[in-house]
Design a protein around this ligand. Sequence first.
Ligand SMILES: Cc1cc2nc3c(=O)[nH]c(=O)nc-3n(C[C@H](O)[C@H](O)[C@H](O)COP(=O)(O)O)c2cc1C
Ligand SMILES: [Mn+2]
Length: 456
Amino acid sequence: MAYDDLRDFVRALDKHGELKKVPFEVDPYLEITEFADRSVKHGGPALLFEKPKGSSIPVLINAFAEMRMPEGLIGKLKMLPKLAEMGAFFPKIVSDGPCKEVVRRDNFSLDEFPILHCWPRDGGRYITLPMVFSRNPDTGKRNCGCYRLQIYDQRTTGMHWQTHKQGAEHYRRATSTTQRMDVAVAIGADPATMYAAILPLPPDLDEMMIAGFLRSKPVEMVKCETSDLEVPAQAEIVLEGYVELGELRREGPFGDHTGFYSLEDDYPVFHVTCVTHRKHPLYATTIVGPPPMEDFYMGSAVGRIFLPLMRLQLPEIRDVAMPAEGIFHNLILVSIRKSYPGHARKVMHAIWGLGQAMFSKCIVVVDEDVDVQNVREVAWKALNNIDPERDIQFVMGPVDSLDHSSRLPNYGSKMGVDATRKWKQEGFMRPWPDVIRMSDDVRHRVDELWKKAGLK
Ligand SMILES: Cc1cc2nc3c(=O)[nH]c(=O)nc-3n(C[C@H](O)[C@H](O)[C@H](O)COP(=O)(O)O)c2cc1C
Ligand SMILES: [Mn+2]
């Protein structure tokens, strides 16, 4: 993760044979999506489209797919709980940076960028992998989140921060004090910095500090031209601007990471007032759609980061898995060391109370001897272990904004399945059977006889 910037990362991908350059013209209208979708489903390389139709700026996609997440990252992530003791990675303010090589206050148009129209029935073109910076009006703390931006015209976009996200919270808080809220959007940076934008961190915990930790080097931040916000100095492209409080506009539809088109809804409007970029910028993007896509791999790494953090609060958790088909929040498989009656339900409620894990639509809790990374084993044992009426619990609460099945936007039901072995203290008086297993001596003997019989 110790890359200086996006192009440094691209060079490394290239050197390791993980990058395919496409030297001929490909259309950002649907065609790049089809390339990226086919490639990610086959474990293909990152793609660099050198001649996107209609723009002189190359498009990078699938750079985070497969296990290109550098190995070192995973090890580092396990150390995150110790972050509080480290503190040495606070972002550093610098006075200038490559993202300012070209400053355009008036003479810019978003049409110059190779922004994808991802799927046939999308409402337009979307910037899909931005780092959106805003400040908490009460505490002054920075937030960076990845929220898509629908292009409305040359200088305005949608601002798709969902209601539970930090950007939306800043917006709500700003409403009482000002008319406008400054927002800055950076596109393309070193992978740790880009990655930090999707981390579901607690409010007011600076993503840029975590990025510094992941890359073992503080992120250098430079002040915007037109506001007091700061952006990563090594970014490829920066859009500066504001959202007008109270101004909402129809956003969507968008072929989303659920694999369905997410519905249209009203979101704030981002007015771009200044664009800065490198002399020859790269445009980093992604597509989402029927899983698994690039975001599945990004999200899986998030899962691994948060397991050690979750275990700080809930040490009984052995392991957690989020199968691709569950698109993260729809299905969470959890194994626990069960210690007291009702323990599985305590864990479900704890997860529903934990940051963005509140969206977990179905939580299945199993005993620690079940390998949650093996979906077949979970299905087999869990389905055997449950008396549905007794072991399935429904609760009401906040649900993901993208959930198209909930009775209301953002509010609906969730399900917890207690698939642990039931105890007497839980009122279960029948004997509980063991899983069938052949005895070791017979297995060893048949190992020999197997060969003798000529079986393979
Ligand atoms: C490719 C990609 C696109 C995303 N698009 C959005 C989006 O449009 N709106 C949104 O609220 N969250 C989106 N997310 C999820 C957020 O980035 C994620 O919830 C993050 O934790 C938000 O940061 P925050 O906790 O600082 O608000 C996206 C994630 C990825 C990987
Ligand atoms: Mn945040």
